[in-house]
Design a protein around this ligand. Sequence first.
Ligand code: KIV
Ligand code: ZN
Length: 511
Amino acid sequence: MTDKIIIFDTTLRDGEQSPGASMTKEEKLRIARQLDKLGVDVIEAGFAAASPGDADAIHSIAKIIERSTVCSLARASEKDVRAAGEAIKPAKHGRIHTFIATSPIHMQHKLRMSEDQVVERAVQAVKWALEYTDDVEFSAEDAVRSEMDFLVRIFDAVIQAGATTLNVPDTVGYSIPLLWGERFKELIARVPNSDKVIWSTHCHNDLGMASANSLAAVMNGARQVECTINGLGERAGNASLEEVVMAIKTRRDVFTCDTGIDTTQIVPTSKLVSSITGYPIQPNKAIVGANAFAHESGIHQDGVLKHRETYEIMRAEDVGWGANKMVMGKHSGRAAFRARLQELGIVLDGEEAVNAAFARFKDLADKKHEIFDEDLQALVSDEEAAQVSEHYRLVAMGAHSETGVLPVARVVLSVGGKETHADAQGGGPVDAIFKAIEQIAKSETELLLYSVNNITSGTDAQGEVTVRLTKGGRVVNGQGADTDIVTASAKAYLNALNKLHAGTERAHPQV
Ligand code: KIV
Ligand code: ZN
């Protein structure tokens, strides 16, 4: 058994299944480049059969990623596996991850298949996948509620068929560490040739134990952990990459194994994923939350000043805190701007895109003197949002609020190329702006979430706004950043409307 833990990141697949977190191809490419820099071993880039857009994004990621293995999910059907195989074709290292449910409740009610049929389909899916790559992963969906004898039978069959990684998912986040560890111990002991494959754990966080369960699996022989940045994912999310990696690193005495992650890239990756998906990070989130290394009580502060390890088990700089040095300002030129984007792994498509981003940078530098890496990331996100499809474009806006007077707002929008304006009153300037936009758009959407985060510190920081809208069962997140949060709010609202208008969000892979 090796002492290397394979980190399989599924932010771009399971993470993307968080409501409204669906990403454009460009956004996925930016995250994939950053995941490669972070040092993840496998990037699950999407689910090729879900939509042509998904397949295209995986294909594009497979073309540019050199070091990490690029993987596509596929149900155990010929159509899915072949779509995955085509999507990963350009990859230097490509993997197909095929799955079928193995629990009685799923087999009976969802698949309506017998145990024999499920085993036969799993074996067949692995064989189809082997036509494209010899790196084939098989998952027994809902393994947590599957019968042990049946799991042993199906895992034995797929090993014989040629699967190289066997994934055991706690699809519904039901397990607890003790039982999850025992499940791995028993599987590895009972499945013939279990030492010829990598055992993998994939845990959901419904009871808040995804990371703990994953680590229990590692202690009992799992050598691959499936996880996501910031614990993003279906419902309550997946195991957090940052928690699993830092637990293994900090408690090497317990785990006696290691990952290949460059931990100094954890915080920049977390911020990038949060900014692209519009999922803010709670301040007290382990490792990547703003308070994770902040000592508030006098006793703690005194202790840390006297001897850091009194209250700190990890060093903030080891996970990438403090890396947001001031990079540029008003006087920085195009060459410096381009060089910094390159260092951040941001590739803009052609000279025109660089010019447009540079113009935005200059505008921002006029309002805000110190421009940090996070500002540049937000600026590029804004630029990409503008590229998606600007059916609704903000031409101009104004809002007025004064003590004792109802706030008013005016917007001028270009709708499908035609300019129009509206005025509205609201409970606050943001409410008034949204009402004015709605007078024009008449979108009949419901606002599910409105949140504002400061990208960096200080009162001149850009506010990053997320607006989540829903209509007819579809959910989208819109983002906007600006030093003026009312403008950022209008941008975010329009970004969400544009996404709904373009209809680019992806289907749910497990349906
Ligand atoms: O949670 C789950 O079971 C999954 C599988 C597709 C691996 O995401
Ligand atoms: Zn999952």
